[in-house]
Write a protein that binds this ligand. Structure first.
Ligand SMILES: [Zn+2]
Length: 300
């Protein structure tokens, strides 16, 4: 696993010269990336703190690390399209039982109706997507569901057109009904003053691995805990190694995977990672894919 930082918001000549003095060539840009194993990292980090720069960190895993994980957190590497009606938040009322949702922390969404979209999805070479703002549901092509997910006993549910209520024929939602407890020891949390539900900020300081779930026979399931701050609340989606292998074999695009590990990180990693603030997927939305690399997941 590589821990990589993108240091950005470098604007003044003084800041540029400071980085150049430790051997970092900005090449005219306002940011650079650096691996924590780079000998320049301690100096770069100290200056990033001093200059109050934006430091987004992310992890790169090898395929061997992903194949060695019993469970992997699945994240959307392609977020595209909106649930309808999005502008006025109407999908909250039509898709979920809104009477159960806490207005303060957002916990309590129970889906009671299909998601609605405005037009037929275009997939290109991808076969998995998330809808914008819906972070705990995957939408896939019917062929992908049939070939990859259905053999594991995973059901799907229809998605409908907003205006007509007719079923969309080239997109279905994975019906993820199982839940498993996570090892959240050491994670910070907040309890809602209104409903009392607990949420964990998506800021797993010093952790690049997703927390380990308890053993379960389900091939795909959600975390028992909610993540998020303010009114945002979502669950992470986790898959078994077997389902990951099937997704990999099928070459699914639009989805990525991070290994799960008990208590997040190994003790020997904690020293070098203790200043990292973000592990995923937030930086994945900020950083464009590199040349020849679609995501941290299947196509690397
Ligand atoms: Zn609440």
């Amino acid at each position: 696993m590589r821990a990589v930082h993108r240091i950005s918001l470098i604007t003044s000549p003084e800041e540029r010269q400071a980085f150049e003095r430790i051997g970092i060539d900005l090449q005219g840009k306002g940011y650079f990336e650096i691996d924590e194993s780079d000998p320049r990292w301690p100096h770069a980090h100290r200056m990033a703190v001093e200059f109050q720069m934006l430091d987004l960190s992310y992890a790169e895993f090898t395929e061997a690390e992903r194949r060695g994980a019993t469970y992997l957190m699945a994240y959307g590497a392609w977020e595209h399209g909106y649930p309808e009606s999005f502008q006025d938040g109407g999908y909250e009322r039509t898709t979920y039982d809104s009477t159960k949702v806490c207005v303060s922390c957002g916990v309590g969404r129970i889906q009671v109706s299909p998601f609605r979209i405005s037009g037929a999805p275009k997939w290109g070479s991808r076969s998995v997507r998330m809808l914008c703002c819906i972070q705990d549901e995957f939408f896939v092509t019917p062929e992908s569901w049939e070939n990859v997910f259905k053999p594991f006993g995973i059901e799907c549910r229809e998605v409908v057109f907003h205006k007509t209520g007719q079923a969309v024929d080239n997109m279905v939602q994975l019906n993820i009904t199982s839940v498993a407890r996570l090892d959240v020891k050491g994670l910070r949390f907040n309890d809602c003053p209104i409903c009392g539900h607990r949420k964990y900020p998506y800021d797993l300081t010093g952790r690049y691995y997703h927390p380990m779930p308890e053993n379960t026979s389900a091939p795909i399931f959600k975390s028992d805990i909610y993540w998020g701050t303010d009114a945002a609340a979502w669950k992470t989606i986790i898959v078994s190694q077997e389902l990951y292998g099937a997704a990999k074999k099928a070459g699914l695009k639009g989805i990525g995977f991070l290994p799960c590990r008990a208590q997040g990180i190994n003790p020997e990693d904690s020293g070098k990672l203790d200043r990292c603030s973000v592990f995923a997927p937030i930086p994945l939305r900020v950083l464009p894919p590199r040349v020849g690399e679609d995501s941290l997941g299947l196509n690397s």
